[in-house]
Design a protein around this ligand. Structure first.
Ligand SMILES: *Cc1c(COP(=O)(O)O)cnc(C)c1O
Length: 380
């Protein structure tokens, strides 16, 4: 049976040629394509500095380190996210707490108001490629003094409410993008962290490669020969390869095109699913539609789990995003229990991500819509 996945990469001949060119070149890694990729991302989102690494998770980790997160720190993120949004803080030994649901700014403001311990870092997540309220977030940042690292793994190519591209946020300390194959554009595996702070960018480059620097301006020893380098702190091997970076440059040129296709698919779902017992995501001209997550209403003929099984049985690759992070056994061991973040849990109980990706054909999308209409028609 042919299956329609919930997401997939789109690779064209020119992407393949870009990778093959690197294979024939002198540099498979630590070569010129990495800088070109970083420049392409920085240019796209009007960020001063971009540092590419092995994954968004790696970027979130070195972002936390560069922002001074340690065993004494407290980090807040959204429970409605992939575990990496919280794990990055745990890598540094920090305590993690969550803000219900996908961190609405009202919920964040209320939690800050009540808190007897301020977070050192807040990691908002632009769930599905829909920007959180940047103005409100930066207002709270200014008032309470925490740092901000946006988890924009879903949101490359999307925009804030004022139309500025995600990542153009001079008010945030860092913004992180993912290049996993289901994300807006891909490098196979890969991540980019952008920042407006030149010193932070240098530190991130150092952390991505063992804590080693060769930059004469940064070396402790002066007038050393060209082979000299210094390890100045404990870093990691989180580098990306030139093969991946070349694919990234090629893909970045298509990002707008991909987002346009995702927006068209979202608009077709909004029209095609009208009248069904599904709560649809609200329209948003700035959203990048990394996910199209509907919520199955309580009075629907099938529960979310039944609908999931029925659609999967027809080869339609629906999915669930996300099991709230605090319900994972690893986080429950810190004392989080069901009921801790009721809005995220309620969303999780009913949500279903429908297929959405740039190469999703109208014919395939119509199969998805028709299946939903048929399965849900006996309402009540
Ligand atoms: C995919 C994802 C990540 C991790 O991205 P990788 O590149 O796979 O490390 C982090 N946060 C969110 C919200 C994600 O969806």
């Amino acid at each position: 049976m042919r299956t329609i996945p919930y997401s997939r990469q789109r690779i064209d001949e020119d992407d393949i040629e870009a990778v093959v060119r690197v294979l024939r070149s002198d540099w498979l890694t630590q070569g010129p394509d990495i800088e070109a990729f970083e420049q392409a991302v920085a240019d796209y989102c009007s960020a001063a500095h971009a540092v590419a690494a092995a994954s968004a998770t790696a970027c979130l980790h070195i972002g936390c380190v560069a922002l001074g997160i340690n065993e004494r720190s407290l980090v807040w993120t959204s429970p409605l996210s992939f575990v990496a949004s919280a794990n990055c803080a745990r890598y540094c030994g920090a305590e993690v707490d969550f803000v219900d649901i996908d961190m609405s700014m009202a919920a964040l403001a209320a939690k800050l108001e009540d808190a007897n311990r301020m977070p050192d870092l807040v990691i908002p997540v632009h769930y599905a490629g829909r920007a959180c309220d940047r103005e409100a977030l930066l207002g709270l940042k200014a008032r309470y003094g925490f740092k901000v690292m946006e988890d924009a793994a879903h949101a490359l190519g999307a925009a804030y409410a004022d139309g500025g591209p995600i990542g153009s946020n001079g008010g945030a300390d860092a913004v992180v993008f993912s290049f996993h194959p289901v994300k807006p554009v891909t490098t196979g595996e890969g991540g980019v962290i952008v920042t407006h702070d030149v010193e932070m960018a240098a530190r991130l480059r150092c952390l991505r490669s063992h804590g080693i620097t060769r930059d004469a301006a940064q070396l402790e020893a002066k007038d050393m020969p060209a082979w000299y380098y210094e390890q100045q702190e404990l870093g990691y091997h989180y580098r990306i390869t030139d093969l991946q970076a070349a694919l990234g440059v090629s893909q970045m040129a298509k990002l707008d095109h991909f987002i346009t296709a995702r927006r068209a698919a979202a608009a077709r779902y909004a029209e095609g699913l009208e009248g069904l017992p599904l709560r649809l995501p609200p329209p948003d001209g700035h959203c990048g539609w990394h996910l199209y997550a509907v919520q199955v209403e309580e009075d629907a003929a099938l529960s979310r789990d039944m609908l999931f099984e029925a659609l999967r049985g027809r080869g339609i690759g629906v999915n669930v995003h996300y099991i709230p992070i605090h319900l994972q056994p690893y986080y429950r061991a810190f004392g989080f229990a069901p009921g801790a973040f009721p809005q995220a849990e309620a969303f999780y109980a009913r949500c279903l991500s429908l297929p959405v990706y740039p190469s999703l054909s109208e014919t395939d999308q119509d199969i998805v819509i028709a299946a939903l209409r048929e399965l849900l028609k006996a309402k009540g």
